[in-house]
Design a protein around this ligand. Sequence first.
Ligand SMILES: [Zn+2]
Length: 446
Amino acid sequence: MSPASRAALLLANTLPPDHAPDAPLTLQLLTFDHVRAYFTEVDRWGALHGAARQIEQLHARIERRIRFDSVPSLIAQPGRYLLAFEDAAQADRFRGEIAREAAALTGSLQVNCAQLTLEASALFDGLLPIPARVVGIPGVTPYQARINRYYGLANAGTVPTAEQARARRHFGQVYARLLDQLEATSAGIAPFYECLPFAERCSACRERPTSAFVNGEPRCPVCELRERTGASMAILAITLPGSERALIKQTSSAAFARVAAAIDTVTAPVLANPGALRLHDAYETRLIATPKRGLLDLIAKLPDAVRLPSGDETRVIVSAAYGPAAPRTLIEMAERGHHKLSPDRIGIASSPDSFGTYSAESLEWLRATVERLRGANLPPAAFANLPEQLARGTAALYTTYERLRLAPLMLRALDATEAQWGRESARFYRALADALALIRGDDERV
Ligand SMILES: [Zn+2]
């Protein structure tokens, strides 16, 4: 039996025929370090999109390498890989190659890696399994009492059964240890390019020295590389609260693989959209860049309350805005949204500073509003300043003024919309701004 297939069998939770419980197996959890900062250090949509393309390309190369070396994996997403190696030296080589690929492709992205060589039996029994012979008399020593509390035994005078031990000692422990190690080894974004005080700084990241001018703006090599393939996109931020916890709870590698696949189905409808790119897949917030066309239909396809195995739900924040400072704000918003949005709500950001939140019911209203306004053919410049006026608290006055420029048919569509949301209500102005942002996102050629 070849070494790779033995590791694959172990990951699939099957004991190979020649199974030796103490045979070593190396697990590797590989991520791109501070990948969120890699996206947020620039405040240009084009650069953000370029960064997404780079991550896609890097992922394609890593996938090819995984296939070429026949490395069995439990997770293989852009920026997040959980792999098994028979041979620790092969794992080191693999990590080194990926780190070089990442540096060559992006100029600054570093790979962070947690690596654990353990006995194959740890995949089934967890780390530090209970010894076959327990020292001391049960219930007599404080040491044994502590062990029994750990296993949740009601009676201090007994020893844990095999089932009770399995409930505490399982595959999830191995994964949790890898996560801890990953946090400890995180190095941050390496500057790679020294910026002396008198050097002109890149105007996109303000971190590195300028090496070239792109459209008259100073750019560092990293940002220039990023922007070369840039185009404007809409960004979806989908948070999956509790997904990491759900993974840690899995007692076997097979169950772990099933849950990881279930979590992936949440983002699948968006990724199926032609031209969609994964920005950031790691941990609980996933960012996806997608063409602006058909954004609302795309949101409708997302399950608004997908049940993860642990009973947690999905939240979606959408940005249809294209302000220059949007990427950074959006990602911060996604982080804040984690606490702010209630689980059954969907937020749509139509400007970086303010955004409406929509329940499943009012999202249907928003869809109706989009259809109605689209049918009314409003002039492209109508209500163009509404987001700013909303922020300033002068939306009512501004809307009254803008109405004067509209044809009767358009006014009727606007009146119907206002009747639905509430006359002169803040909800109406918010929905109007969001619906127009969505319509204009669709009309713009990507
Ligand atoms: Zn730069």
